[in-house]
Design a binder for this molecule. Structure first.
Ligand code: CP3
Length: 346
């Protein structure tokens, strides 16, 4: 453990070392619920903000200046590496991300480029360098990528999906296309994450947001080998958080696939989840983001419940079970961070 890790409760918790209080950061901590973010979005599109390193760094720091969070997460998106691979990407106001030419045949997979992240995504690397400088070592910066399954689902479906019919159909009916796509994505993600680490991120989160749509046996067969490959290919001198939603039936296999920390959503009891995966791995989670729309007493009760489930064991990082929702009151985020720190102080 190096000096930076020793000074950061977040990094210490990733390594399951005791901390003076339970660290907290929030997925989507920079977003539409903040008026500063909405003001910038009036002037710039989402992609413009991601691709301008100064702006991306500025947005990354918005929640850091406002709340006592224990880590910053780079302002970016899991879909950005798809563009240099040759996948056209658009963010529509109401619909979210849209991929204009989804890939459903081997020809399309063959055309996908293996990227050179330092060149193709130089704006990400520059945003990391600027953010690190601005943070002055106060809290660590988290980098991230999507996991192979979640990215494959966007490439195949063309956007968000309800039943993942096209993704699963490719898995079941065209195994060789599926495997080739997952191989290419794995290679890209290893390169991308290692480039982020070289540029200065101090932890990594792998988002497998939609993998909960799979049965445990399909997860093992079609996803596990690739997620494992990515996590084995990444420089592990920095801790890695492996996150998914609706993953209650996949927890043990996710842990086996890798990660110093397993990120869980609110659909599982955090205490039971930790007991199942074992205490030789850290855990992150898992407040329902909708709780933040409720009364302060409710937030307080839920914070105490989750801290109670973690039982004061080293290796719990407090987070939401998924991203902050756009209509979340800002002062409830302030209150949440304070409550977690206060109730967990030793
Ligand atoms: O956590 C953070 O604060 C860092 C920034 C971040 C964003 N997206 C910013 C964003 C991160 C880590 C992501 C990851 C991401 N992106 C995931 C995995 C996490 C998850 O939510 O499961 C996924 C699936 C995506 C794809 C994506 N990007 C979707 C589905 C959407 C539309 C949904 C929405 O909230 O509008 C986006 C757009 C997006 N990514 C926004 C932000 C702040 C909203 C853009 C805007 O309109 O301003």
């Amino acid at each position: 453990m190096n000096e930076t890790e020793k000074q950061s409760p977040f990094l210490m918790a990733c390594r399951r070392k005791p901390t003076p209080y339970t660290p907290i950061w929030l997925m989507r901590q920079a977003g539409r619920y903040m008026k500063e973010y909405r003001a910038l979005r009036k002037r710039f599109s989402f992609l413009e903000m991601c691709k301008n390193p100064e702006l991306a760094a500025r947005v990354t720091l918005l929640p850091v200046k406002k709340f006592e969070v224990d880590a910053a997460i780079l302002f970016s998106d899991i879909l950005l590496p798809l563009e240099p691979m040759g996948v056209e990407l658009e963010f529509k106001r109401e619909e979210g991300p849209v991929i204009r030419h989804p890939i459903r045949a081997m020809k399309g997979v063959d055309r996908l480029r293996i990227i050179e992240p330092e060149e193709d995504l130089s704006f990400v690397m520059e945003a990391i360098r600027i953010t690190r400088k601005e943070l002055e070592g106060k809290i660590p910066l988290i980098g991230f990528s999507g996991a192979p399954f979640t990215l494959a689902s966007y490439i195949i479906e063309g956007g968000h999906s309800k039943n993942y019919v096209l993704t699963k159909s490719m898995m079941y009916q065209d195994r060789s296309i599926w495997d080739r796509l997952m191989e290419k994505l794995s290679e890209v993600l290893i390169r991308y994450l290692n480039a982020q680490i070289r540029s200065g991120v101090q932890a990594i989160q792998l988002f497998d947001s939609w993998v909960g749509c799979l049965s445990p046996s399909d997860y093992k067969k079609y996803v596990y080998p690739y997620s494992k490959r990515v996590m084995e290919g990444v420089d592990r001198s920095v801790p890695l958080i492996h996150f998914a939603t609706s993953c209650a039936t996949l927890l043990e296999d996710m842990k086996r696939a890798g990660g110093d920390v397993i990120g869980v959503d609110w659909r599982v009891n955090l205490g039971e989840a930790w007991a199942r995966i074992g205490y030789d791995v850290a855990i992150q989670g898992n407040l329902d983001p909708v709780v933040l729309l409720g009364h302060r007493d409710l937030i307080d009760k839920e914070v105490r419940r989750i801290l109670g489930q973690a039982g004061g064991r080293p290796g719990h990082i407090f987070n939401l079970g998924h991203g902050v929702l756009p209509n979340t009151p800002v002062d409830h985020v302030t209150a949440l961070v304070e409550m977690v720190h206060q109730h967990s102080s030793k």
